[in-house]
Design a protein around this ligand. Structure first.
Ligand code: DGL
Length: 278
């Protein structure tokens, strides 16, 4: 299914569920002129505790679907998918599916930014079990900033809290505090923490509440939006294949009404999604 270089289509934004909406939101603010096609695999979320092969299989299915809907550029707005599937998709799948299409992730742009933010090079990473076990952040940080020290903590219950509408409820406090304490027990020197899961900004207020004030909390939305803007300015051959009508379309593998209710809260606007099967 090699496509013509003249075809244009929306930018695909993929996440296991609602978390990628935090990335989409920031991207649309920075680059409102493009069309976006958001796909949340809510029916199969969370991905964070799933094996490498399953995350890869689910992610490539989603990417192929977005390609079939006309996307030439897909952002994996999901750290777990970026950690476990991005490299294989870029190296093995794209050359076979269509070498002119691109899939980008969220880990590299985030790591590039921390050098500007951290003063002492002690970085805390919070992510799903899959992202933390993959050591993707550790490896990227080691490549770019060999003198930095990385402390990692998986937060396996944070995504279920978000996906089950509990993020702003009292019960969430216990697990927010628990995983943050486990991170801070590893080092008292940490001066910056990366929210290495696109769901975590939805818990931002509670994370801020239990994090010492001097510690920077790094959210990915703005970083990924800046990085996409930079990418498109450096790749005019891709920029001209992204359609410019300023629309946003939502797809979910779950029930449409369920997705609409939750997505509208995150985005502060009414969302009308369409159910699809992968
Ligand atoms: N939001 C995703 C991430 O950034 C995945 C969360 C999940 O499905 O476990 O890792």
């Amino acid at each position: 299914m090699i496509s013509s270089k003249n075809d244009i289509g929306p930018i695909g934004i993929f996440d296991s569920g609602y978390g990628g909406l935090t990335i989409l939101n920031a991207i649309r603010k920075k680059l409102p002129q493009y069309d976006y096609l958001y796909l949340g695999d809510n029916a199969r979320a969370p991905y964070g505790s799933r094996s490498f092969n399953i995350v890869y299989r689910f992610t490539i299915e989603a990417v192929k679907y977005l390609f079939s809907q006309g996307c030439n550029l897909v952002i994996l707005a999901c750290n777990t998918a970026s950690a476990k599937a991005l490299r294989t998709i870029q190296q093995n799948d794209l050359p076979v599916i269509d070498p002119s299409k691109r899939v980008l992730g969220v880990i590299r742009p985030t790591v590039e930014k921390i050098g500007e933010i951290s003063r002492n090079g002690n970085i805390g990473i919070l992510g799903t079990s899959g992202t933390i076990q993959s050591r993707s952040y550790d490896m990227e940080i080691e490549k770019l900033y060999p003198s930095f020290k990385v402390f990692s903590q998986s937060c396996p219950l944070w995504v279920p809290l978000v996906e089950n509408f509990e993020a702003d409820k009292d019960g969430a406090d216990y697990f927010v505090q628990k995983y943050l304490n486990m991170l801070f027990e590893q080092s008292s020197e940490i001066d910056s923490i990366i929210l290495g899961c696109t769901h975590y900004p939805i818990l931002f207020n509670k994370i801020r509440q239990y994090t010492p004030k001097h510690i920077h909390i790094i959210e990915q939305g703005g970083i990924v939006a800046d990085s996409l803007k930079d990418y498109l300015s450096r790749h005019p051959e891709m920029e001209c294949r992204c359609s410019h009508s300023g629309t946003c379309t939502y797809l979910t593998t779950e029930d449409e009404d369920k997705f609409n209710g939750m997505a509208s809260v995150f985005l502060n606007e009414e969302v009308k999604s369409k159910h699809i099967n992968l």
